[in-house]
Design a protein around this ligand. Structure first.
Ligand code: MN
Length: 284
């Protein structure tokens, strides 16, 4: 199943080029009171919602998905976890490019561990990435993003993919500089998820997906998820050594080589096998 959030927080099921509005399925969600429980409310109850969403998608007519405003498929992630230098060729380019390494030694993911991006940085593809600091180099990083569907702590690698609700295309926008990653990568609009979530049962093995990004039609990044240093299962196992993973938590799996700067007026088009593609504008 392909699930999107669109327009004024409508929930959609995408089939082919059409989106079916299944927002009425949200009536199955239990009411919330403060303080809200951990996890994203939608993903906490997705198993309960899915049959109703399927039935509604069968019964309501679709409209072209190209005509709706796509929002992040996850509305309220408890945390956005991200992997630094998780492709060998991106590690190599980071070591070679002073504009990326800022004169510091770039080490392996095993040295850095993982980092967190602010939830307030999250947008969907219909919203522009804003170049808040135009005097600084701001790079695109296209990444496979996975969304947790089942709570877990110290998850064994063999069981890790059972904890995935689905997959999206992610953009981990980055200000180059010497500041901590959590600062440089958490500006408003610096995390993009879209165009929809492809559920884990539909996507299958995430270990050999072509991933690419073009800017204004010019190829920038082109790779395969088989070249990840830590693959999806290993990232889930690693992250859950540190913290409980809750439904709706996002893991950005890291960017391959080819990162580069964007400016206001650019349009990024990101694509991943078996998910689709999304166009994201860059604005000043
Ligand atoms: Mn990244």
């Amino acid at each position: 199943m392909r699930i999107c959030r669109f327009d004024e927080d409508r929930v959609g099921v995408v089939r082919g080029a059409l989106v079916h509005d299944v927002t009425d399925a949200l009536e199955l969600l239990p009411p919330l009171r403060w303080p809200v429980p951990p996890g994203d409310h939608f993903f906490n109850h997705l198993d309960r919602l899915r049959p109703r969403m399927e039935a509604l998608a069968d019964s309501v007519p679709g409209r072209p998905v190209s005509g709706v405003r796509l929002l992040s498929p996850v509305a309220n992630p408890g945390k956005i976890i991200a992997a630094p230098v998780n492709y060998e060729r991106h590690l190599a380019e980071s070591r070679a490019d002073r504009g990326i390494n800022m004169g510091t030694e770039v080490r392996s993911i095993h040295h850095y561990g993982l980092f967190l991006k602010a939830g307030s940085s999250l947008i969907g593809p219909s919203q522009p990435v804003i170049v808040h600091w135009p005097d600084r180099r701001i790079d695109h990083e296209v990444e496979l993003a996975l969304v947790i569907g089942r709570k877990g702590f110290r998850i064994p690698e063999e069981a890790a993919l059972d904890h995935v609700a689905g997959y999206c295309i992610g953009l981990d926008m980055t200000v180059r500089g010497t500041e901590d990653r959590s600062f440089r990568k958490s500006l408003d609009s610096f995390t993009v998820l879209g165009p929809w979530l492809v559920t884990a049962d539909e996507l299958g093995d995430p270990g050999n997906l072509a991933i690419d990004l073009v800017v204004d039609g010019a190829p920038r990044q082109s790779a395969s998820t088989r070249d990840l240093v830590l693959n999806c299962a290993q990232l889930i196992a690693y992250a859950s050594q540190a913290y409980t993973l809750w439904p709706g938590d996002v893991i950005m799996t890291g960017t391959p080589e080819g990162v580069g700067p964007v400016r206001p007026g650019n349009v990024m088009e990101a694509r991943i096998d078996r998910i689709g593609s999304m166009r994201v504008a860059v604005a000043g």
